[in-house]
Design a protein around this ligand. Structure first.
Ligand SMILES: [Zn+2]
Length: 305
């Protein structure tokens, strides 16, 4: 008999715990406003490249607030789509949550670890590795402020839903630097390489991988030479470094495949290549992963709501 009561109590506890969290805020809402929407049952489905540096999409209710690893990360668009990403140092589990009108839905995804090589780059001008010249340091700081301001852009556009195409034509260019490599520059351990390097002749056209708004377009920055940022919406920005020519201006709307400039060897580079980078909010992501991940995720989630 004792055992039976204990079993019943346990079952009651378990049953009581599960729905308590999503329901409580909905009740509070209803009390504070007569016009509060009725509690809804929220769904959340996410798909994509769940790896360190990976990117994916989620589908939930339109306007639901998205939290990734507990961090508020914007809201789903009018059709319930949202883009998400995971940084290089991410641990083995990613937590995604959608919240709307007191209801929550969550999904935990396994984040696959990646191996990052050590890459030694020698022969760089020493002032680009350990700058000491006050004029150079001041220039680096000025340019960092311009870049940081551009990263704050949250353009109301949806280029991230286009899927990504390669910024250099398929039959041109050799990948010379994987994303995430631990770098040793002129013998000095440096931050990881957050770019995907494609070596190609100077003048090779660089295409926008998806539509967006240009948030930075400079022809001569200290580290990056010709530099372009494209905001694809929902905090997803791609960057193009070392360009010999920049064909766009801040504020330009670009479409997928549009030429934005040309490959160069300017800034801190040992030869002509495009260093392609991607950031989602404050997370550095691997743009090469986006080329298949965003398309695949969109196809997988097309019917999900
Ligand atoms: Zn690079």
């Amino acid at each position: 008999m004792k055992a039976l009561i204990a079993t019943l109590l346990l079952a009651a506890c378990a049953a009581g715990e599960a729905p308590a969290q999503p329901q409580a805020p909905a009740t509070a809402n209803a009390r504070t406003s007569a016009h509060a929407p009725a509690p809804i049952s929220l769904t959340l489905h996410c798909a994509g490249a769940f790896t360190q540096g990976g990117v994916g999409l989620c589908r939930t209710a339109p306007g639901a607030q998205i939290y990734v690893d507990g961090v508020a990360s914007g809201e789903a668009d009018g059709n319930g789509w949202a883009v998400i990403g995971f940084n290089r140092e991410h641990d083995a589990s990613g937590a995604i949550e959608a919240r709307l009108n007191g209801a929550t839905a969550s999904q935990t995804v396994a984040i696959a670890p990646r191996q990052f090589d050590i890459q030694r780059v020698n022969g760089l001008p020493q002032q680009t590795v350990t700058p000491t010249d006050p004029a150079i340091i001041a220039r680096i700081q000025r340019e960092a402020a311009v870049k940081n301001a551009a990263f704050q852009s949250l353009a109301p556009i949806e280029g991230w839903l286009d899927g990504f195409v390669r910024p250099i034509d398929m039959n041109v260019g050799v990948v010379t630097g994987a994303w995430g490599n631990q770098r040793i520059l002129n013998g000095v351990p440096s931050s990881p390489h957050f770019g995907y390097d494609i070596a190609a002749p100077i003048g090779t056209p660089v295409h926008a991988p998806a539509s967006g708004v240009v948030t930075l377009a400079q022809t001569d920055t200290f580290y990056e030479g010709g530099l372009v940022f494209i905001d694809h919406g929902q905090g997803l920005t791609t960057m193009y470094l070392h360009m010999s020519r920049v064909d766009v201006h801040v504020g330009d709307r670009v479409t997928q495949g549009q030429v934005i400039g040309a490959v160069g060897d300017r800034g801190r580079a040992t030869g002509p290549h495009l260093c392609w980078r991607m950031k989602w909010r404050d997370r550095q992501l691997d743009p090469s992963v986006a080329m298949s991940a965003l398309n695949d995720a969109r196809a997988q989630l097309a019917g999900a709501r």
